[in-house]
Design a protein around this ligand. Structure first.
Ligand code: ADP
Length: 259
C-alpha cells in the first residue's frame, strides 16, 4: 500500500508539473502571437494614415480646388494626424513604462474643469458632436495627478468609445467622489464586452478577437497604458459591460488630494 501511495503521489506531482509547464508555454505562445499581431497592427496603423496624408498633400499641390473641397481635405488630414499622434504617443509611453521612466508630475488639480477641457478637446478632434457627450461632473473634487498622463488615459477611453460604438453615439461621462477617491466613469452604448473578455482587455497587446474589433484599427496598447498610468496614481481602473451589444463602462478611481 505504501509503495502504491508513493507512486500515486509521484504521478500526481508529475501531472501537476506537466500541467504547469503546459499553462506556462500556452501563455508564452499566446503572448508571442499577440506580439506578432501587434507588429502587424502597428505597421498597418502607421502606414495607413501616412499613405493617406501623402495622397492629400499631392492633391492639394497639384489640383485646383474650390474652398469647400479644400476644407474637406484638411479635415481628413486632421483625422489622419490625430491617429498618428495617438499611436506615436502610446508607443512612446509604453517604451517609457518599460524603461521604468514614466516619471509623473503630480499636481493638485480640480478634476471637473480639467476633465471638461480634456473631453471637449477630444470630441473636437474626433469631429465636434461625434461622441454624443453627456457630462455630469461633480464640482469641488480635487486629486493630485499628472494631467498629461491622465489626459492620455481619457483620450484612450474616449477614442475607444468612438471606435467601438456605431453612430449615433452616446457617451456619458460622470465625475463623483466617495470621500476617498475621485471616481470618473465613461459609458458608451456600443458593442460592449463579454464577461469572459472583460478582465483581459487591460493586458498588453490584447484585442478582443471578434469581427467588429478586427474591422477597427488598433494595437491593444491603449487600455494597458490606462491601467499602468492609473496604477501609478495609486488608483484603479475597471471595465464592466451588461454584455455584447449593450455598451461598456470604464471606471477610474484615483485618491483625493489630502486636505
Ligand atoms: P485597441 O483599441 O488599440 O485595440 P485597447 O487596449 O484600447 O486597444 O483595447 C483593447 C480591446 O478592448 C479592444 O481591441 C477592444 O476589443 C476592446 N475594447 C476597448 N474599449 C472598448 C469599448 N468601449 N467597447 C467595446 N470594446 C472595447
Amino acid at each position: 500500500w505504501r509503495a502504491a501511495g508513493e507512486a500515486a503521489v509521484m504521478v500526481l506531482a508529475v501531472l501537476l508539473g506537466l500541467s504547469y509547464i503546459y499553462r506556462k508555454l500556452n501563455s508564452e505562445m499566446e503572448l508571442m502571437l499577440r506580439q506578432r499581431n501587434f507588429i502587424a497592427s502597428v505597421t498597418h496603423e502607421l502606414k495607413t494614415p501616412i499613405a493617406s496624408l501623402r495622397v492629400w498633400i499631392e492633391t492639394l499641390y497639384t489640383r485646383e480646388l474650390g474652398p469647400e473641397r479644400r476644407a474637406r481635405i484638411q479635415k481628413l488630414m486632421d483625422g489622419d494626424l490625430v491617429r498618428l499622434t495617438e499611436l506615436v504617443g502610446n508607443l512612446l509611453e509604453v517604451a517609457r513604462a518599460d524603461a521604468g521612466s514614466l516619471d509623473l508630475k503630480f499636481e493638485p488639480t480640480e478634476v471637473a474643469p480639467w476633465l471638461r477641457e480634456v473631453v471637449e478637446s477630444m470630441d473636437h478632434r474626433l469631429g465636434t458632436g461625434s461622441l454624443g457627450l453627456n457630462l455630469q461632473l461633480g464640482i469641488g473634487i480635487h486629486a493630485d495627478m499628472d494631467r498629461r498622463a491622465m489626459g492620455q488615459v481619457m483620450d484612450n477611453l474616449l477614442s475607444n468609445a468612438f471606435k467601438y460604438a456605431p453612430e449615433p453615439r452616446s457617451t456619458e461621462i460622470t465625475l463623483d467622489s466617495d470621500g476617498e477617491f475621485a471616481i470618473i466613469t465613461v459609458t458608451d452604448r456600443g458593442n460592449g464586452i463579454s464577461a469572459r473578455e472583460l478582465p483581459r482587455v487591460f493586458q498588453r497587446f490584447y484585442r478582443v478577437g471578434d469581427e467588429m474589433t478586427r474591422q477597427v484599427p488598433g494595437t491593444g496598447l491603449g487600455l494597458f497604458l490606462c491601467w499602468e498610468i492609473v496604477t501609478l496614481h495609486q488608483g484603479h481602473i475597471k471595465a464592466t459591460s451588461p454584455g455584447p451589444g449593450l455598451g461598456a463602462t470604464f471606471t477610474i478611481r484615483i485618491p483625493l488630494s489630502p486636505r
